[in-house]
Ligand binder design. Structure first.
Ligand code: BTN
Length: 324
């Protein structure tokens, strides 16, 4: 995608007709180069119409993240988080981990309007759509080592649920280990990647993808039941507002987690767990699935299930649950 593609999309963001001539002129480019730059728009999951005599129009208005507003909101809240919003990036988590290795400070956040190679857990890809998702990663540093940070991704899940609720999303729950769901359909996903010594210090890159307003084009590419913020929040929060709220809740949770670990999140997490007490099928990566009943969450964030008369603590992030 070229910078011209994104510049032109900003001009067309209101969803009204704009003449190609006027858009090209305002960007100091020729109509031919504008036409070329807009050819790849469907790849971003966005539908665009070109009508002779009227110009270009997007099928839906697009809301870009307002970086200045985001910065002002964070500053007003006394946040230490510093956000950079890129138009296009392969994966915010991959890029941020590289920056972490180069010494970037805690609180560095990288958000992308569009990810070309978003990554999910279990080696899956994370499909998103320009303006239809929120995709960002937050870097945090801990004195303790990765071995002592059990439950971090669950604490992050509680923070994300709180932010979504505070922005009007109804019935948001968590699904172990780190999905956000509404009525068992996925609303957001969390990918926590750690680096550092087992005894500390360590660094976490917390990658979060939120389904904001998914169109048909993207829904066709997702192979699980999903839901978006637009269909479970009324009024629908703006993307900038939602991102500011997510970052505010994450910062509160990470400071709290640094102090006391998972302990103070355990009860709220239990209360939010959509699968508490439920019969599930456990799907370990590379091993046969088995049936179990969800009993509890352990102090280290492991999921406690009962299966064939035994109690088992599931701790690998490579495990996935299904309802039975
Ligand atoms: C999952 O549910 O499998 C986790 C999805 C995490 C997706 C986010 S989007 C921002 C960040 N960058 C990535 O490449 N992945 C995470």
């Amino acid at each position: 995608m070229s910078a011209l593609t994104f510049a032109a999309l900003r001009k067309l963001a209101d969803g009204r007709f704009h003449s190609g001539e006027a858009v090209a002129r305002s960007l100091g480019r020729s109509r031919a180069s504008l036409c070329e730059a807009l050819k790849c728009v469907p790849e971003l999951g966005v539908d665009i119409f070109s009508v002779p005599g009227r110009g270009y129009r997007l099928a839906q208005p697009l809301e870009f993240i307002d970086a200045a507003e985001l910065e002002a909101r964070l500053a007003a809240a006394g946040s230490r988080i510093r956000v950079e919003v890129a138009d296009e990036i392969d994966s915010t988590s991959s890029r941020l981990m590289a920056r972490a290795m180069a010494g970037a400070p805690a609180g560095t956040c990288l958000a992308a309007e569009w990810q070309s190679a978003g990554r999910g857990r279990r080696g899956r890809s994370w499909v998103s759509q320009l303006g239809g998702s929120l995709t960002f990663s937050l870097l945090w540093r801990f004195e303790r080592g990765a071995g002592h940070l059990g439950g971090l991704s669950l604490a992050v899940g509680v923070a994300v649920a709180r932010a979504l609720e505070s922005c009007g999303a109804a019935r948001v729950q968590v699904k172990w280990p780190n999905d956000l769901v509404v009525d068992f359909r996925k609303l957001a996903g969390i990918l926590v990647e750690m680096s550092g010594d087992l005894q500390g210090p360590s660094v976490a890159v917390i990658g979060i993808g939120v389904n904001y307003r998914l169109g048909e084009r993207v829904l066709d590419r997702i192979d699980q039941a999903v839901v978006d913020v637009a269909s479970c929040a009324a009024p629908v929060p703006r993307r900038t507002e939602l991102l500011a709220s997510l970052l505010a809740q994450l910062e509160i949770a990470l400071v709290e987690f640094e102090r006391g670990g998972f302990a103070s999140f355990r009860e709220p997490w239990r209360a939010l767990h959509a699968y508490q007490g439920r019969a599930v099928r456990v799907m370990p990566a590379g091993e046969p699935p088995f049936d179990a009943e969800v009993r509890d969450v352990a102090p280290d964030g492991a999921l406690v299930v009962a299966s064939q008369g035994r109690t088992v603590a599931l701790s690998s992030a490579e495990i996935s649950l299904r309802t039975r």
